[in-house]
Design a protein around this ligand. Structure first.
Ligand SMILES: *[C@@H]1O[C@H](CO)[C@@H](O)[C@H](O)[C@H]1NC(C)=O
Ligand SMILES: *[C@@H]1O[C@H](CO)[C@@H](O)[C@H](O)[C@H]1NC(C)=O
Ligand SMILES: *[C@@H]1O[C@H](CO)[C@@H](O)[C@H](O)[C@H]1NC(C)=O
Ligand SMILES: *[C@@H]1O[C@H](CO)[C@@H](O)[C@H](O)[C@H]1NC(C)=O
Ligand SMILES: *[C@@H]1O[C@H](CO)[C@@H](O)[C@H](O)[C@H]1NC(C)=O
Ligand SMILES: *[C@@H]1O[C@H](CO)[C@@H](O)[C@H](O)[C@H]1NC(C)=O
Ligand SMILES: *[C@@H]1O[C@H](CO)[C@@H](O)[C@H](O)[C@H]1NC(C)=O
Ligand SMILES: *[C@@H]1O[C@H](CO)[C@@H](O)[C@H](O)[C@H]1NC(C)=O
Ligand SMILES: *[C@@H]1O[C@H](CO)[C@@H](O)[C@H](O)[C@H]1NC(C)=O
Ligand SMILES: *[C@@H]1O[C@H](CO)[C@@H](O)[C@H](O)[C@H]1NC(C)=O
Ligand SMILES: *[C@@H]1O[C@H](CO)[C@@H](O)[C@H](O)[C@H]1NC(C)=O
Length: 819
């Protein structure tokens, strides 16, 4: 795919048309382009990987080329030249070298047609003799979207004109522009919502629009910055979905991709010159359509993820036990109609709304009584959550494809037999006991953690267990052996001077690291894995192949490995300035890191982490981020090292529980330290700790256990942040190199990253945006989850929130976890 980009970008010859219009007498050849007025977009010909020509629009001067529109996607002109010209019916045509049309725009009434490429990326056809109405285009490319949804475009149905617009993926994104299998289309039946389909099969459903966002895709709306504005309208004239950017310097595109039989809806934003993936669906298993079947509710934090709605039981208990919830649930007690009651569920993704009754002017009470009177009504909810909730949507029949969100779902009222509602009370009581028990166990767990930490030096777990974990992820098992660079044992022995003590750079839980120099002069770092690793050769090779594919300027590069004589070694590029901790905490060296460098380090770590979390093909969670795992090159550029702990995730696995807790106290997120629950958000927590350490030059010490008055670093920062005296904590060695606003912003971001609840922490893409943006609106941090005593009281108060994750089952597991 990358090769392809280079191929097509190198193909364009300097634009020979400098204006932004093409008039009736002009033609555009394959070696020419048309620029938009402010040179944001360009119209021209590009070649697909099949070497055929396509007419398309892409961002000007931007590498890799990001094509937003293709005219003749299913009818390319062959590799000889073609051209674009006007026809005699107010249309414009794409002709091949023998003058036969490969594509045509619709005919118009224009006498003097004129093509213009706008800075929005919209190619419009106007009549040059008609200067009256500037925005009344006779034809526009925005009416014929391909796979890209741009600000200013409208997707959906126009009932007045009888038109419909949707997105269709490329056959292979980045390679073959012809119409692919994936579509994103809005359905107007019932309460409108959008579906991502592969051919006719629904993969993902956004849920209906609730006035603010799609009910089933809260992440589709940016929460950290208000630079994008979304809107969805539906009435008798049509159903439209569109968005806009509030700053002209902001670029955003949403595409439907198709790559290796995976189709996704993805939103990118341009951040400091590169496209950052901000959001995509389907993301978690719960996002897949019908994951838990009729009346099943999917909870991505649950284990298993599917549960039955209260008053229902699994239809197929056997499949359910095997984590296959697709057959869903059945009612425990049949409905009676006159005596039925309604169960109030909060934070839901509403069930599918294709077959519903909607009245936008009813209140919730009217809705409820209408539903109660109609025996076939199974549930109801508001259509709009704004202004305390308005409108009425009523389901008849099965409730399908529901999920629960931690905080930003909707209220749903589900019809149940009165006897089932009754038993719900007991359920609540049990829950309450569970929560109290949970709090108790947390306290015990914390005591145990602090005790263990005091007792012995924290020791990382064996390599083998980690590798087993990685392999349970089921990531590509049979990759080709050829791509793995192998080093000879003797070569490495020689390079490291027989693994001499002088060459030793350090020692970690996974083995020792040696500095080495190959005969040709290249410096390397060799990690000799501890011998007790019982992992098989094949698994080891597979892991290495996977890590080798991760390449980013903020990640330490793995060059290869060596497997010989019962030994396993990893060979990395050598980093001149070693670990960040070796400079940051060294009184004689810390001055080398002025504020600019520190900011650069923070930003670099964020980029590297974003890559691991989101941009690489695999979702990787580092799990042991700390300053000693950030290496610095000769120019003090940060590189994240030691993916040893990383648990490699399947694409659709978002949070996993582990019975073994690896990591370093002081950097561990509360839910990880206590429950062994880790997710990308636990890395965000560790990142936040590092940011605060980098700014203050002080080490966070986890539990402040030695009865000194010196507070834990995070707690200390939080206190000063509250009092407005946080600048007192800045490392004195940067005192003359910083801009106060920048430092405060970084502390602010650091505090957001160490929030107690994982859902309150931003994702790395938001962090990158916050770091790079001059004046984003950032939410105010709440009390962070620092450690021990504070955490405990915070959890107490959260028990009233009825957080579903504190179930009795997990409490049991917690006891095991804490040892
Ligand atoms: C574009 O191609 C045409 C013939 O196909 C040629 O005559 C013309 O010189 C080329 N223009 C440029 C700028 O290369
Ligand atoms: C083009 O750029 C100029 C200067 O930045 C700006 O004033 C103008 O509004 C832009 N025009 C369009 C169509 O974006
Ligand atoms: C066009 O494609 C044909 C077959 O794919 C190839 O033989 C020919 O060399 C190509 N011509 C050019 C100008 O690329
Ligand atoms: C141009 O298109 C016509 C009709 O599609 C086709 O028959 C012809 O072979 C094409 N000419 C070239 C040179 O590709
Ligand atoms: C406009 O052209 C497209 C193909 O470019 C075609 O599918 C569509 O039916 C045409 N619409 C009208 C109104 O002719
Ligand atoms: C989708 O439809 C296309 C064209 O009919 C077919 O080639 C492809 O195999 C289908 N894909 C799936 C997953 O059914
Ligand atoms: C959406 O558009 C409608 C009609 O233009 C407008 O009344 C409404 O305020 C907009 N909503 C948002 C959230 O911008
Ligand atoms: C789950 O069960 C359904 C029917 O019971 C079956 O069609 C489907 O293939 C199963 N899914 C998996 C992943 O086993
Ligand atoms: C519903 O419940 C009432 C009261 O228990 C009972 O009298 C009635 O027969 C029930 N109706 C049905 C259809 O079961
Ligand atoms: C919607 O509900 C309102 C208030 O109950 C009622 O006046 C109106 O007729 C209803 N509209 C439709 C289309 O049923
Ligand atoms: C119940 O509501 C459905 C959906 O609006 C409607 O089709 C049906 O006629 C209603 N039944 C009764 C008895 O009102």
């Amino acid at each position: 795919m990358k090769i392809f980009f280079i191929l097509i970008t190198s193909f364009f010859i300097t634009p020979s048309t400098s204006s932004d219009t093409l008039t009736a007498t002009q033609i555009l050849r394959t070696n020419q382009t048309l620029l938009s007025q402010n040179k944001t977009f360009v119209l021209g010909f590009f070649r697909g990987s099949n070497t055929n020509y396509y007419l398309g629009i892409w961002y000007h001067n931007f590498n890799p080329q990001s094509i937003v529109w293709v005219a003749n996607r299913d009818n390319p002109i062959d590799n000889s030249t073609g051209y674009l010209k006007f026809g005699d019916q107010g249309n414009f045509l794409l002709l091949n070298s023998s003058g036969k049309p490969a594509w045509s725009s619709n005919t118009t009434a224009a006498k003097n047609p004129l093509l213009q490429l706008l800075d929005t990326g919209n190619l419009v056809l106007k009549d040059s003799s008609d200067n009256t109405n500037d925005n009344n285009y006779l034809w526009q490319s925005f009416d014929y979207p391909t796979d890209t949804f741009l600000p200013g475009m409208k997707l959906g149905w126009d009932f007045d004109k009888g038109t419909e617009k949707h997105l269709t993926s490329w056959k292979i994104t980045g390679e073959d522009p012809s119409s692919g299998d994936y579509t994103m289309k809005i359905d107007y039946h019932g309460l409108p919502e959008a579906f991502l389909r592969r051919n006719q099969t629904i993969i993902f459903r956004t849920g209906p629009w609730n006035g603010e966002r799609f009910s089933g895709a809260p992440g589709m709306i940016q929460d950290q910055s208000n630079d994008l504005k979304f809107n969805f309208t539906y009435d008798e004239h049509g159903v439209f979905y569109y968005y806009s950017v509030t700053k002209p310097s902001m670029f955003s595109r949403t595409i439907v991709t198709s790559d290796s039989n995976v189709g996704e809806l993805q939103r990118y934003m341009l951040v400091q010159g590169s496209w950052t993936k901000f959001w995509y669906e389907p993301e978690a298993p719960c996002d897949y359509y019908g994951e838990c079947g009729p009346y099943g509710v999917c909870d991505k934090n649950g284990s298993p993820i599917c549960t039955c709605m209260h008053g229902f039981s699994p239809k197929n208990q056997e499949a359910w036990n095997l984590n296959n919830g697709s057959e869903g649930c059945v009612r425990n007690t049949p409905l009676n109609c006159s005596t039925d009651k309604f169960l109030h569920r909060q934070n839901m993704k509403l069930p599918e709304t294709t077959n519903v009754y909607v009245n936008k002017s009813m209140t919730l009470d009217e809705c409820g009584s209408l539903c109660k009177r109609n025996c076939s009504c199974t549930a109801y909810a508001n259509t709009d959550i704004r202004n305390g909730g308005t409108g009425c949507v009523m389901w008849v029949g099965q409730l399908f494809d529901m999920s629960v969100f931690p905080s930003n779902g909707q209220d749903l009222y589900v019809r149940l037999s009165a006897s089932d509602i009754g038993s719900n009370k007991n359920h609540r009581v049990i829950e309450a006991i569970g929560i109290t028990l949970g709090a108790l166990v947390i306290v015990l767990g914390l005591v145990a953690i602090c005790y263990l930490r005091n007792k012995k030096q924290q020791r990382s777990r064996g390599h083998d267990s980690l590798m087993n974990e990685i392999y349970s992820g089921g990531v590509e098992r049979n990759m080709d052996d050829l791509e793995l660079p192998m080093f000879d044992f003797d070569t490495l022995t020689m390079a490291t001077n027989n693994f001499s003590q002088d060459n030793k750079l350090g020692e970690g839980g996974f083995g020792s690291v040696y500095r080495g120099r190959l005969i040709e002069g290249r410096e390397i770092a060799v990690k000799r894995l501890s011998e007790d690793s019982r992992q098989g050769i094949l698994e080891f090779k597979n892991e290495v192949k996977l890590i080798i594919k991760l390449q980013h300027r903020n990640l330490v590069r793995l060059l290869g490995c060596c497997i010989e004589k019962e030994e396993k070694m990893l060979v990395y590029e050598y980093m001149e300035n070693k670990g960040l901790d070796s400079i940051l905490y060294d009184k004689s060296k810390r001055h080398l890191l002025n504020w600019e460098r520190r900011f650069n380090i923070i930003y670099g770590i964020a980029r590297g982490l974003l890559y691991l979390h989101q941009d690489s093909r695999f979702r990787i969670i580092h799990r042991d981020l700390k300053t000693s795992n950030i290496l610095l090159d000769g120019e003090m550029n940060p590189k994240i090292s030691d993916f040893g702990m990383a648990r490699i995730f399947d694409k659709d696995e978002i949070q996993t529980k582990t019975l073994r807790i690896v990591g370093t106290y002081g950097y561990m997120a509360p839910e990880y330290a206590m429950y062994g629950k880790f997710s990308i958000k636990s890395d965000v927590f560790s990142f936040g700790v590092m940011v605060l350490e980098i700014i203050t030059g002080k080490k966070n010490r986890g539990c402040s256990d030695d009865n000194t008055e010196e507070l834990n670093l995070l707690e200390n920062i939080w206190r000063h942040w509250h009092k407005g005296t946080v600048m007192k904590l800045i490392d004195p060695s940067i005192s003359n190199s910083y801009t106060e606003s920048e430092v405060v912003r970084c502390i602010h971001i650091g505090l957001l990253c160490i929030q107690e609840r994982a859902e309150d922490r931003p994702t790395m893409s938001s962090v990158v945006l916050m770091l790079s943006n001059e004046a984003p609106s950032m939410s105010n941090p709440k009390t962070p989850g620092f450690s021990a005593r504070k955490t405990h009281s915070d959890i107490d108060s959260s028990s009233s929130r009825q957080d579903e994750t504190w179930s009795v089952n997990e409490v049991t597991i917690t006891v095991l976890d804490a040892r």
